[in-house]
Design a binder for this molecule. Structure first.
Ligand code: NI
Length: 134
């Protein structure tokens, strides 16, 4: 059984590699490489897979999952500049892929190992990435 909680946060970023010049960054990262940063409305889905607890009828209590996501992820990233404010991205390009891996690693420490977790992250209405561990 899989359950999901969706939360949203807004954050700014810039995708670029220091070792590349502006033209190469623009070619690879497009508008996301503009030097003055820009925002995205991120939509995060956290999927938890496991057995239904016969006592509660839940896999995990979605209220508990919501609080973990708010505490660990939304508080940390909402209205932040990911490149400048968040040490997680000091040396890591804040692509949707890398953000999803960072989020997965944070949540993995907070959710019992008996559950599989998958993080899905949308940066726009049209793009979505998914990470469920290696
Ligand atoms: Ni962007």
């Amino acid at each position: 059984m899989k359950i999901c909680r969706r939360e949203t946060f807004n954050a700014a970023h810039r995708l670029f590699k220091q070792e590349w010049d502006d033209a190469k960054n623009l070619e690879v990262f497009g508008k996301c490489s503009y030097p003055n940063y820009h925002g995205h409305n991120y939509a995060l889905e956290v999927w938890v897979e496991g057995e239904i607890d016969p006592n509660t009828g839940f896999v995990v209590d979605l209220k508990t999952l919501k609080h973990i996501i708010l505490e660990e992820i939304v508080e940390r990233f909402d209205h932040k500049n990911l490149n400048l404010d968040c040490p997680e991205f000091k040396d890591l390009n804040p692509t949707a892929e890398n953000i999803a891996v960072v989020i997965w690693n944070i949540l993995r420490k907070r959710i019992d190992d008996k559950f599989k977790i998958e993080v899905q992250l949308s940066e726009t209405e049209k793009n979505k990435v998914s990470f469920a561990g290696l």
